[in-house]
Design a protein around this ligand. Structure first.
Ligand code: FES
Length: 115
């Protein structure tokens, strides 16, 4: 199940490049690219580089270690890479931005217990 978390001051991230943020115990990356806010995995699946040290071009995030490229919308790596990153959905409502993150098994379990 998806849970939506508000991204504080999302507009101010426009000049910050790729930044890491924690929502519900999970750390993910956020970045603006061509006026769209994107949310994706913290680590590169190739050898674990922090993607916050990478950069974006041509609609892709580029890993700083070995230059694997991942589509900011689908998460797919270039075909020869055979890897991908996770993309988290982002929505805008009344000038606020939210990111959707799957609840982990234990979060769902404990949540259902307390309801
Ligand atoms: S760790 Fe990202 S390309 Fe190798």
């Amino acid at each position: 199940m998806l849970r939506w978390y508000k991204i504080d001051n999302a507009q101010f991230l426009k000049d910050e490049g790729i930044t890491e943020h924690k929502f519900g115990g999970k750390t993910i990356c956020l970045t603006w690219f061509e006026d769209q806010l994107h949310a994706f995995s913290r680590k590169c699946p190739h050898a674990g580089a922090p993607l916050k040290n990478g950069w974006c071009e041509r609609g892709k995030v580029i890993c700083p270690f070995h230059r694997h490229e991942f589509d900011l919308v689908t998460g797919k790596g270039n075909p020869t890479q055979h890897d991908f990153i996770h993309i988290y959905p982002v929505k805008e409502e009344e000038n606020a931005y939210y990111v959707g993150i799957e609840k982990g098994f234990w979060q769902s379990f404990l949540g259902s217990k307390s309801n």
